[in-house]
Design a binder for this molecule. Structure first.
Ligand code: UDP
Ligand code: MG
Length: 311
């Protein structure tokens, strides 16, 4: 049985050697053959050079695909899944934040409980900036409250899947990919292993706070139409409210005459309603933007170079 290990890499020249050193130890105890699918997501350092060396040295065990530019981790995951040949497939970060030693435990659990997938989640967020943790928690809370797809708090992309589940995931070809949501959406029997957060072995994170915020907004928009419903609801409510206010004002003017005053309150109302409209337009725009990207049917990524064994 073959296990494909997919590793998206963006400027990971410092971590990759550590990663392979760790994996070598795991390969000895894992009752599976292992192949590596390394995805170079437009790195600007020596990551690709390193990958080539690893590939040559491994004698056909390490495969690499190098993108023509940075397409993002989601695209890299997709490319990896498309090119993995294994009976089992796992996704791992290059920075050892997904502890390789867990793989053994994951495989045992998968076999013992006859599962389709074993996923991992972080028990805590030690060593992460406070604000980032707060927003991450808020995101998982929101996702679970409003999305139809369940998302376990702190879930990682690190998971072991059977071929059947990988094929199911590959059937989802949408352009706006949010893998954590997709893995949950396809269903299948999944169990979670929790572990303590580990710090990056080398290099630095490539996600800025704003990128993460955007990524989580994408997650919500991709898996829920609740924001649209909220927009309609708020619109209806403000319509209803202003209807009542109008009647009240007209009746009051008829009964007590109309001393021309209340200009400031009028302006406030205009601004408020204008703001509401813009907000709702923005929400609708977000979805239209997604449709726009989806209908263009652009490729998820472009491969510039790959190893000769697997064009
Ligand atoms: N990554 C990638 N493309 C990107 C950003 C990140 O392939 O545009 C890879 C990165 O090399 C690493 C994994 O995704 O293997 C997780 O990234 P990182 O460790 O920077 O994120 P964090 O763990 O801080 O969330
Ligand atoms: Mg990391």
């Amino acid at each position: 049985m073959l296990l494909s290990v997919i590793v998206p890499c963006f400027n990971e020249e410092k971590s990759l050697p550590y990663f392979f050193a760790e994996m070598a130890k795991i390969e000895e105890v894992l009752p599976l053959d292992v192949e590596y699918i390394l995805i170079d997501d437009g790195s600007t350092d020596k990551t690709l050079k390193l990958m080539k060396e690893l590939s040559v040295k491994s004698g056909g065990k390490v495969h690499y695909f190098s993108f023509s530019r940075n397409f993002g981790k989601e695209a890299a995951i997709y490319a990896g899944l498309q090119n993995a040949k294994g009976d089992y497939v796992t996704l791992m970060d290059a920075d050892l934040q997904d502890p390789p030693q867990l793989l053994v435990e994951m495989y045992d659990l998968l076999v013992a409980h006859d599962l389709d997938s074993v996923a991992t989640r972080r028990k805590n967020r030690a060593g992460e900036p406070k604000l980032r943790s707060l927003f991450a928690r808020l995101f998982y809370y929101l996702m679970n409250k409003i999305g139809e797809t369940e998302l376990v708090s702190g879930v990682r992309d690190f998971r072991l899947m059977t071929r059947q589940m990988v094929d199911a995931v590959l059937q989802i070809t949408e352009y706006n990919r949010f893998s954590k949501g997709i893995f949950s959406w396809v269903g299948f029997k999944t169990e979670y292993i929790a572990y303590e957060n580990v710090a990056r072995v080398a290099g630095k994170t490539s996600w800025s706070f704003w990128q993460l915020l955007k990524y989580s907004m994408d997650g919500i928009v991709n898996f829920s139409d609740l924001p649209l419903n909220i927009a309609s609801f708020v619109g209806a409510l403000s319509c209803f409210g202003s209807g009542i206010a109008l009647i009240f004002i007209v009746v009051r003017a008829l009964l007590f005459g109309d001393p021309t005053s209340g200009w400031p309150s009028m302006v406030s109302i205009f601004l408020f309603v204008g703001g509401l409209q813009l907000l709702c337009l923005g929400i609708i725009g977000k979805y239209i933007g997604k449709i726009f990207l989806e209908t263009k049917k652009r490729p998820h990524y472009l491969v510039k170079e790959s190893d000769k064994n697997r064009p």
